[in-house]
Design a protein around this ligand. Structure first.
Ligand SMILES: Cc1cc2nc3c(=O)[nH]c(=O)nc-3n(C[C@H](O)[C@H](O)[C@H](O)COP(=O)(O)OP(=O)(O)OC[C@H]3O[C@@H](n4cnc5c(N)ncnc54)[C@H](O)[C@@H]3O)c2cc1C
Length: 468
């Protein structure tokens, strides 16, 4: 495809034909926004496994406008560009070709597979929520905080009367807000309690990052005022030890006081409640990164894609942006998506890079305030389930390390089946790794970020689809 004449000499120097953006969340949409400003005619494949665009952050957005990037992707399909939307389509494999890539898609509706060929790819596949195991965490009435938020915001369902959000991190606050707002709209009463492992006084540790990101000060104050006005209770320095069930329903939970490294102290308290939501941060989705063999590294305990200053990955023609390069929130994802797309168009982004520095500083600060050290393992009983798909207990995983010599989540999986079930370790792999790290005498697993998460097929695809 020929480049058009343009006032931007760098832009016209780029030769791009066929770009795929995988993930239509904040990072992917921001990248698309930038690509559409190009004076070249671009052929863009927008791919997302969800039916609606917006990713985790804007999934509940009414209509198709995305305020933070001031952009309506559907209306902005400028005539000079050809955008093909592949929604409800999961990328399950990517092949490297001479000068490009073949992306294999499986439609989530029916048994339909297809493929597209492109020269460049921007991967923005985001993250999933992290939950830690405890007694009865697999019982009905225990769910992730994101699922609770989705029920409230998307479906106007409040699944309990006394809701406890347990975990560590700032995500509990928007969830509590969504619950209260939805309940108000529906005219129902709901009690919400946040049970947070860390103390709020630790926020001073991020004061420089707050000063560099003043909008965050207002955002934080807004949440605190909302919680106060709406009666959201907050209990600090406590971790859930188990959920108590009577006559098939949740009646409350046992919590223990913990130190900042999550080491439990003696004794447990009982708190009444009929629904428990968990929120222990997010885990970057390395599925496609591992299929492609992109270089990965550990960052604050997460495995993330290695990128350079322009969001380029270790493979030529592939950029990565958003949560897969490190958990950082939707604003950082937007900035990274824009930098990636601008670099693809051979444009420079000095201001965006400075914004990224500020935003990264803020989110790295948050991980210091809310660390999830592997001392949480001390709260586990041997009978507690860790891998819910294969029903593997904490005791079995510890035994695989003590008796059989398992030294990573991967070897523990081979001995115990933890991570071999339907979710393919997306929920438990990180927890299994931390149990192994914790029980090994040297405190370190032999995990290699470049091997640990490799799955050759990155999504559900039928045999019929595979044979096409
Ligand atoms: C459950 C949940 C709730 C959240 N709620 C809030 C909130 O209330 N407030 C807040 O500030 N932050 C929230 N966050 C964090 C926020 O959503 C993220 O910071 C932000 O969305 C990151 O943007 P992203 O573009 O990197 O990833 P995402 O928004 O996660 O977008 C990634 C997209 O990639 C798609 N995808 C992944 N794999 C494939 C594949 N193989 N094929 C095709 N498509 C694929 C996904 O469907 C998704 O739409 C939440 C996160 C989660 C997980």
């Amino acid at each position: 495809m020929s480049a058009r004449s343009s006032g931007d000499s760098l832009d016209s120097a780029a030769s791009v034909n066929g770009v795929a953006i995988i993930g239509a969340g904040p990072a992917g949409l921001s990248a698309l926004h930038q690509l559409l400003t190009s004076s070249q005619s671009l052929k863009i494949e927008m791919i997302d496994s969800q039916v609606r665009i917006g990713g985790q952050y804007w999934r509940h957005q009414e209509g198709s406008e995305f305020p933070a990037i001031d952009f309506d992707p559907r209306k902005n399909s400028a005539q000079s560009h050809e955008i093909t939307w592949h929604l409800a389509s999961t990328v399950w494999q990517i092949e490297k070709l001479e000068g490009g890539f073949r992306i294999h898609l499986a439609s989530n509706v029916g048994d339909v597979t297809s493929s597209v060929e492109v020269e460049k790819i921007i991967i923005a596949t985001g993250a999933s929520e992290r939950t830690l195991p405890f007694k009865n965490w697999t019982a009905p009435g225990v769910m992730s905080a994101g699922a609770l938020q989705s029920l409230a915001k998307e479906y106007q369902v409040i699944p309990g009367k006394r809701i406890c959000i347990v975990g560590s991190g700032v995500f509990a606050m928007p969830v509590a807000k969504s619950i209260k707002e939805t309940a108000k709209k529906m005219g129902t009463e709901v009690e919400v309690t946040i049970i947070e492992a860390q103390s709020m006084t630790r926020w001073w540790r991020n004061s420089l990052a707050f000063l560099l990101n003043p909008s965050k000060i207002f955002e934080a104050c807004g949440f605190l005022i909302f919680m106060k006005v709406n009666g959201v209770k907050r209990i600090s320095k406590r971790m859930v030890r188990g959920v108590k069930i009577e006559a098939g329903g949740i009646v409350g939970l046992n919590v223990a006081r913990v130190r900042s490294d999550l080491r439990p102290e003696r004794g447990v308290e009982f708190l009444p409640g009929d629904l428990v939501a968990t929120s222990f941060g997010f885990i970057p989705d390395m599925t496609l990164a591992s299929i492609l063999g992109l270089e990965r590294r550990e960052l604050s305990g997460d495995v993330v894609v290695v990128v350079n200053a322009n969001q380029r990955t270790s493979i030529d023609g592939i950029w990565a942006a958003g949560e897969i390069t490190g958990i950082g929130g939707h604003e950082l994802a937007i900035t990274e998506g824009a930098i990636a797309a601008r670099d693809l168009l051979q444009r420079r982004s000095p201001l965006l890079k400075w914004r990224r520095v500020r935003q990264r500083l803020f989110t790295r600060g948050l991980t210091k305030i809310y660390p999830v050290s592997n001392r949480w393992v001390e709260s586990l009983d041997d009978a507690d389930i860790v891998c819910r798909c294969e029903e593997v207990t904490a005791g079995e995983i510890k035994e695989s390390a003590h008796q059989l010599g398992a030294d990573s989540a991967r070897t523990a999986k081979l001995f115990t089946r933890a991570g071999m079930g339907l979710c393919q370790g997306r929920i438990c792999q990180r927890n299994v790794k931390e149990i192994i790290d914790f029980v090994r005498s040297d405190g370190k697993s032999a995990s290699d970020p470049n091997r640990e998460t490799v799955r050759p097929i990155g999504g559900v695809v039928t045999l019929g689809g595979l044979s096409d």
